[in-house]
Write a protein that binds this ligand. Structure first.
Ligand SMILES: Cc1cc2nc3c(=O)[nH]c(=O)nc-3n(C[C@H](O)[C@H](O)[C@H](O)COP(=O)(O)OP(=O)(O)OC[C@H]3O[C@@H](n4cnc5c(N)ncnc54)[C@H](O)[C@@H]3O)c2cc1C
Length: 353
């Protein structure tokens, strides 16, 4: 008998798996590579919303938890996952510069917003205005994390690379059966796959497609991330990630010509050196109606849970929210109301009627 089946091994599934393994639980994780949000993510951890200069939801508290979570994974998997990387916001007007200074008076933001503005950061990224430096930021190599974590799960016989097929799933009062396996509980960390999940598809999850270009720019030699109309994130070896787009209509993970044209237009407006496009990737962000994650127990089935809806901040949100969910199941510590799927119970009832 397994303690838990976990469906999905993106940032959510990995966070859940880690918290369970640290409690000695026996788990089995399924993934069919149908979604790619965690693989294509920029991987940035940055507590500040760079459009409005406000602190992202609970980001201050999530930052420490996330960093120690990824540090532990670095040791466990013997890989380098965390790269501290300053972010520079390229201002487009004097008004934006002034907003930066006003924001510094808000709680916690002074920890992250450098009061000294910088006039130049790179000869190939000129600007009529200054740049604001966001402190304590960086990137997690999510692609490497997913690859290495799956290898680790395989090594401990806890990974099945296959689709979780709901027709083969059967719920009993104190356990569930799935093919040849029995488990006490199941947690769905299925990302946009939730739309096909008959148990949780009543939840208001909407996908927002994001695309990145990967470019090679030999002369750029940029060692910080720059946020102008789009982000440019150094990857090493003269490669940079450029993006991302926001598209509410297309729900596929297929890169598009429109996405490419949009990103090129934005990039050409501020990058003044030669570059070539070497790749283009796309994934679906997991957006929710109230911009809070979707976490907790199914309204009817007591052994069934979900952990989803991380929006564009899964790197920071995942470890904290997964820990909250596991504490609620194992230690009976109630989930905070703002993330608990209970807030959407009326939608479930409406779906039934
Ligand atoms: C373009 C883009 C840029 C982003 N940049 C950042 C960033 O810089 N920083 C940041 O913090 N966040 C970023 N995000 C957001 C971040 O990627 C997400 O919040 C996070 O990856 C969501 O993780 P998840 O595990 O919930 O979903 P996913 O990564 O989508 O994982 C779900 C997994 O479930 C699997 N699955 C689904 N259904 C089934 C099934 N039936 N059977 C088996 N397996 C199944 C899928 O294959 C997938 O692996 C970005 C997202 C996008 C799209």
């Amino acid at each position: 008998m397994l303690d838990y089946i976990i469906v999905g091994s993106g940032l959510s599934g990995i966070s859940i798996a880690e918290h369970l393994l640290s409690r000695g639980k026996k788990i089995l994780v399924f993934d069919d590579n149908s979604q790619a949000s965690s693989t294509v993510a920029g991987g940035i951890y940055n507590p500040v919303i760079l459009k409005r200069f406000t602190l992202a939801w609970n980001a201050n508290e999530q930052l420490d938890t996330a960093l120690s979570f990824y540090e532990n994974l670095e040791k466990k998997l013997n890989v380098k996952l965390i790269k501290s990387l300053p972010i520079y916001r390229r201002f487009h007007s004097i008004e934006e510069q002034n907003n930066w200074f006003s924001a510094m008076d808000k709680p916690f933001l002074s920890e992250f917003l450098d009061e000294k503005l910088v006039s130049t950061i790179n000869p190939h990224i000129p600007s009529s205005y200054s740049f604001g430096h966001v402190k304590n930021t960086g990137v997690i190599d999510t692609e490497l994390l997913l690859e290495k974590y799956r290898e680790y799960l395989l090594h401990i016989n806890s990974f099945q690379e296959e689709s979780f097929n709901y027709d083969d799933f059967e719920l009993n009062s104190d356990h569930c059966n799935y093919k040849k396996w029995k488990a006490k509980k199941v947690i769905f960390c299925d990302g946009f796959g939730l739309k096909k999940n008959p148990y949780f598809n009543y939840l208001p999850l909407s996908g927002n497609k994001g695309e990145y270009l990967i470019i090679k720019a030999k002369d750029l030699k940029l060692e910080v991330a720059v946020k102008s109309s789009v982000f440019i994130i150094p990857l090493g070896e003269d490669l940079y990630k450029v993006g991302a787009t926001y598209n509410n209509w297309d729900k596929t993970k297929v890169p598009t010509q429109d996405g490419r044209d949009y990103l090129l237009e934005k990039l050409n407006s501020f990058l003044k050196c030669d570059f070539e496009i070497v790749d283009q990737v796309a994934g679906i962000r997991l957006a929710t109606k109230d911009r809070k994650p979707l976490v907790g127990k199914h309204p009817k089935h007591k052994n069934m849970y979900c952990c989803n809806g991380f929006g564009s901040r899964g790197v920071l949100i995942g470890p904290t929210v997964a820990s909250e969910l596991i504490k609620s199941i194992e230690d009976a510590i109630p989930l905070s109301e703002e993330i608990d799927v209970k807030r959407y119970e009326k939608l479930y009832q409406a779906d039934l009627s």
